[in-house]
Design a protein around this ligand. Structure first.
Ligand SMILES: C[S@@+](CC[C@H](N)C(=O)[O-])C[C@H]1O[C@@H](n2cnc3c(N)ncnc32)[C@H](O)[C@@H]1O
Length: 222
């Protein structure tokens, strides 16, 4: 089979942070599939990559619904599309923001791909929390300490960790901050790291007044 799937991480959302490998793969792609969060919205991943996609490359923008059942159907549909294109010998790129193996739709698609003989290669991207740490000048983890990375839905699982990264807390900001304060964490919220609209928020008020899905929190305690 001549075709191949590339899962490409585009980094935090500015083309400056694309890797040379990502650019090479994008330039050679026959087809680019770009996920988007809202049905009528734009794809951040595509916006980041667009200047490196060839004129003759076919682009598919795909919306992944929030509901689990709808999303599973959509993921299967995308897998079937990829399977068809690769059967035609195409080089197919599936874009993700940040890194493909960190909370990404690509992971679900790979579950299907791995059950076939389709060739695939993954191009890592700068993940959002590494980008955010650099924007804020904030340590992620040091010495022999572990780093806990968790979505807001799992905030109650924090035990004695001192270094944490909290992701996916849109509309749960208050609950998240209440728990961090109760557990005596110092925190900083980085919104749209390395993208237009980037900001670093240090206070509870700023965070609650500036809600954005593309935000994460880096928190430490002694
Ligand atoms: C579905 S996850 C995608 C993670 C991505 N694959 C990565 O490697 O960072 C979406 C979450 O990542 C975080 N995120 C992604 N890009 C970000 C950015 N530029 N600045 C801050 N947080 C970001 C937010 O917490 C957001 O809710």
């Amino acid at each position: 089979m001549k075709g191949i799937l590339y899962g490409v991480g585009v980094g935090p959302g500015s083309e400056e942070f694309l890797t040379l490998k990502a650019v090479k793969v994008l330039k050679e792609a026959d087809v680019v599939i770009a996920p988007k969060a809202l049905k009528d919205g734009e794809s951040i991943a595509l916006d980041t990559a667009k200047n490196f996609i060839g004129e003759n490359t076919k682009i598919y923008k795909t919306h992944f619904p929030m509901g689990k059942k709808d999303r599973e159907e959509k993921i299967y549909d995308i897998f079937k599309l990829i399977e068809k294109l690769i059967g035609e010998g195409k080089k197919v790129v599936f874009l993700t923001i940040g890194d493909p193996f960190l909370y990404s739709t690509y992971i679900y698609i790979l579950d299907y791909i791995k059950k076939t003989d389709i060739k695939f290669e993954t191009v890592p991207g700068i993940n959002s929390f590494s980008a955010a740490a650099s924007v804020a000048g904030e340590t992620l983890v040091i010495g022999n300490e572990p780093l806990l990375i968790l979505p807001a839905s799992k905030i109650n699982t924090i035990k004695d960790e001192k270094f944490i990264v909290l992701m996916k807390f849109y509309k749960k900001e208050k609950e998240v901050l209440d728990i961090l304060e109760e557990k005596e964490f110092k925190y900083v919220c980085i919104r749209r790291a390395c993208r237009e609209g980037e900001s670093v928020l240090y206070t509870r008020e700023e965070i609650l007044n500036s809600r954005d899905y593309m935000s994460l929190i880096i928190a430490h305690r002694d």
